[in-house]
Design a protein around this ligand. Structure first.
Ligand code: SIN
Length: 331
């Protein structure tokens, strides 16, 4: 039987105490570790992973048990893939922009203004081209298990951003995605790669002037508290790839399919709620005193005109077939 307790460590964890409990494993159970970087409550990935752990423990009670480490309490996204390859964790779900060291093909998700909404991302991830990306890193010891959806990213800064030129000269936090770095540079701004756990502090101390993320990340990370405002650019869809190692999947033996089916069920259920969670986070930012600036169609088009040309630099590496399938999913 599962016993629930908190698995926390370090200052970050204490500052962002989750309200969801995770199972403590019995001594005779095989421990499966899932490391991720976001909050739990109100977050599409955090809540999905918490639900997965609970159902995993019910399903494999007595043989296996999942321990979840949210809020970068075990590994940051820049370390977790190495840890997964070494077998120090069995599951992770980084932002697709964090796999550049292993494949160029996942960069398709970061091309600015490619996907118009969650439905398009779903259509693409369920297509043959999308499914083929799950195995694009197997030579490196990483295999995709399922997609987890968050939502559209928005720009924020320590000054109002209406025209793209307002971002010129500013320093923005970037993930380690080459596409994201190019996109920020296209604004005449400077990208600075930082782990997700470092963003709040970097904004607060002025190490960076701005960032770009989803409503749920901006709200749960409290970024809106240390920014002048957020501009509703909807420029990129944040998707996660839940990954494991081929060794872990093989080690499951006859439980392998049951595990994959469970992951697929929980992901489908929680992906269907991601839009709602981001809308709630957007409202919570307003309720919490944050400023949100909406753009007219003409104003937003100027951001498209400046940032979309970065596509041409990445098309060959991503593959035209993948990009075309992604574009077609908007229809
Ligand atoms: C995450 O949502 O997992 C983090 C995204 C980021 O690093 O911007």
């Amino acid at each position: 039987m599962s016993k629930y307790t908190y698995l926390l460590g370090g200052a970050v964890a204490l500052a962002m105490l989750p309200t969801v409990a995770f199972a403590a494993c019995d001594a005779n159970e095989r421990v499966v570790k899932f490391s991720h970087v976001t909050a739990v409550k109100g977050h599409p990935k955090g809540e999905m992973v918490a639900a997965l752990a609970e159902r995993f423990d019910e399903k494999f009670d007595g043989t296996m048990c999942m321990e979840v480490f949210p809020n970068s309490t075990l590994f940051n996204d820049d370390k977790v893939l190495e840890a997964l390859i070494l077998g120090d964790v069995q599951l992770a779900a980084p932002d697709v922009g964090k796999f550049d060291a292993f494949t160029d093909r996942l960069q398709v998700f970061n091309l600015p203004f490619l996907f118009q909404d969650t439905q398009a991302v779903q259509k693409f991830t369920e297509s043959d081209a999308g499914q083929s990306l799950l195995t694009s890193m197997e030579d490196s010891g990483i295999t995709g298990v399922t997609w987890i959806y968050n939502g559209m990213r928005q720009f924020s800064a320590n000054k109002p951003l209406i025209a793209p030129s307002d971002a010129s000269g500013l320093r923005f936090r970037a993930t380690t995605s080459d596409v994201t770095e190019a996109m920020i540079s296209s604004l005449g701004a400077t990208p600075q790669a930082l782990a997700f756990s470092e963003v709040y502090g970097a904004l607060q101390t002025g190490v960076v002037d701005g960032q770009e993320n989803t409503w749920s990340n901006i709200y749960t990370g409290k970024f809106y508290e240390v920014q002048d405002g957020i501009t509703e650019t909807n420029h990129q869809f944040l998707t996660y790839l839940m990954v494991t190692s081929p060794e872990f999947l093989d080690s499951l033996g006859e439980d392998r399919q049951a595990f994959l089916d469970l992951v697929a069920d929980v992901a489908a259920e929680y992906n269907a709620r991601a839009n709602e969670q981001n809308a709630a986070a957007r409202q919570a930012i307003l309720d919490g005193g944050g400023t949100i600036r909406e753009l007219t169609a003409e104003q937003r088009q100027k951001w498209v005109d400046v940032m979309k040309p970065v596509w041409s630099r990445f098309e060959d590496n991503i593959g035209k077939d993948v990009i075309e399938a992604a574009i077609a999913s908007n229809k």
